[in-house]
Structures are given as C-alpha cells and as structure tokens.
Design a protein around this ligand. Structure first.
Ligand SMILES: C[S@@+](CC[C@H](N)C(=O)[O-])C[C@H]1O[C@@H](n2cnc3c(N)ncnc32)[C@H](O)[C@@H]1O
Length: 257
C-alpha cells in the first residue's frame, strides 16, 4: 500500500499532509534545537516541518517504505532517514526531546509497542505526539470514497475501509497514550484542506494505488472501477471546476514520565 512512488502519495493524502504537519507541530510545540523523531515519515511532509522548526540536523525520520525513505532523504536535506518500522526503532534510549507520528498508528500491527518505542527513545519530560484521520467522519475524501465503494462492492468496501481500523475514533489515541503511562495528556482535532483542480484530479489520485483506497481501486475490474468513479462523482458533487475537501484528524500529545 505504501511501496509506491512518492509522487503518487503527493497526489493522494500527501495533498493534506503539509497543512496537518503545521497544525500538529503548533499543537505539540517544536522549538529550535530540540532533537526530534518522525516515525512513519512517508515522503517527508512532517519531517520537513520539523526540520524547519528544530533544524534539519536535529531531526531523524523513520520510514519502512524504501521509496518513501529515499524521497524523504532527497526532499529534506540534512535529516537522517532510517529505514525501519515503528515497533523496533533502531535508536538509542532517552536520546530525543520529542517523537512524532502523523497518520501512521492505525497502520502499525502493534500500536502499543510502537508508542512504547517512541517513549523509550524520548527523554523523561520530553513529549510524544500523534494523529490519525477521522476516517468515519470528517476526512471527507476517504469518507466519500468508501461510501461510494459500498455501492459498488459492499463486502470489499467493508473489509478495507480505514474506519474499521483501531485508534481512528475520537478518544482512542488518548486511551493508548494513557495505557503507555504518558502524563499531562492533551487532545485536539486538527484540520487540513485538499485542493483539486477538478473531479478528474481527485479520481486520478486513487489510481496510483496508494493506501487501502488506492489498492482497492486498482484491484477492481474495469466495469466496477467505472461504477465507483460515477458513485464518487455523485457523492462529491464536483465536475470540471476547482474545489476543496476538508479533513479532520484526532491528535494527542503526552509527556514521558
Ligand atoms: C498515511 S502515510 C503517512 C506518511 C506521513 N507521516 C504523512 O503524514 O504524510 C502512512 C505511513 O506509515 C508508514 N508505515 C506503515 N507501517 C509502518 C510501521 N509498522 N512502522 C512505521 N511506519 C509505518 C507507511 O510506510 C507510510 O509512510
């Protein structure tokens, strides 16, 4: 799902990531000189914002997809990019002031293990911040997509809709942060906007095969894919004019004891 070209990701969720990264950094607080980690960095939208705020040489990005790690290295010079998964961070104990994870924890097999790892590499008094889309509600692009997919392939859509994933409902990340024993936990809802030149621009973003929605789209036969396109166009109500969709993410930050 994420072993794809960075440009395909840019067209898809990458449209929203830079705005979300700014909102997450404002929410959690990032200052010059802080040593920070971006877990599940993708092609580097949050990494880039962390580098801008903390200084590139203070940032480590961790990303398991080789193509994304390569893009992140090229896009954010001076940052150390490590190819690894969140459940076993190849980083020393207590070495960082803050550890971030944007739009990743719902995709990780063992999210509690991942957050424990984030806490292990962060010094006492440092912060851990994360966010996940509100897939069942106000992530308009993916909600409209899966509702349209339900019309075409109800069983397939029900099986792959990210709304079924853990840690994606309001309050679930807070529960996770509490379970790991983080202190002074705060939560927020963060918003980002995706701009599209027309409906075809939106539709093309699914054809890159990125994430569950992209993989679902490219896995359909030609007739079902055409039906999905029509159903999505009806739901979004967009034609050949520019339009925007909004997306909400649930965010949490806590302090390492
Ligand atoms: C939706 S993308 C988010 C990328 C980036 N953080 C952003 O905000 O644009 C999800 C990312 O999680 C990564 N990922 C998936 N499983 C992971 C794991 N077990 N550990 C770390 N990252 C993982 C994927 O490779 C992908 O880059």
């Amino acid at each position: 799902m994420f072993e794809v070209k960075a440009e395909a990701y840019d067209r898809f969720v990458g449209r929203y990531s830079p705005q979300l990264a700014t909102a997450l950094c404002d929410f959690a607080g990032v200052e010059v000189g802080m040593r920070v980690v971006d877990v599940g960095a993708g092609p580097g939208a949050l990494t880039s914002e962390l580098a801008r705020r903390a200084g590139a040489s203070n940032v480590v990005a961790v990303e398991p997809s080789e193509a994304f790690a390569h893009a992140c290295r090229a896009r954010v010079p001076g940052v150390e990019v490590v190819e690894a998964g969140a459940e076993a961070l190849p980083l020393p104990n207590d070495a960082f002031d803050a550890t971030f994870s944007q739009l990743v924890l719902n995709f990780v097999d063992d999210a509690p293990a991942a957050v424990r790892e984030m806490a292990r590499v962060t010094r006492a008094g440092g912060v851990i911040a994360g966010c996940v889309w509100d897939y069942s509600g106000e992530m308009q692009m993916l909600r409209a997509f899966w509702d349209a997919a339900q019309e075409v392939d109800p069983a397939g859509a029900a099986a792959h809709d990210e709304a079924r994933m853990r840690w994606a409902r309001e309050g679930e990340l807070v529960e996770l942060w509490e379970r790991i024993g983080l202190l002074r936990i705060r939560s927020a809802s963060l918003r980002a906007r995706g701009r599209y030149s027309d409906f075809d621009d939106l539709w093309a973003s699914f054809l890159g095969g990125v994430g569950p929605a992209g993989a679902f789209t490219v896995g359909l036969g030609e007739d079902d894919r055409a039906a999905l396109r029509d159903a999505l166009a009806r739901r979004v109500g967009a034609g050949d004019q520019p339009f925007e969709l909004t997306a909400r993410a649930w965010a949490v930050v806590g302090t390492v004891p």
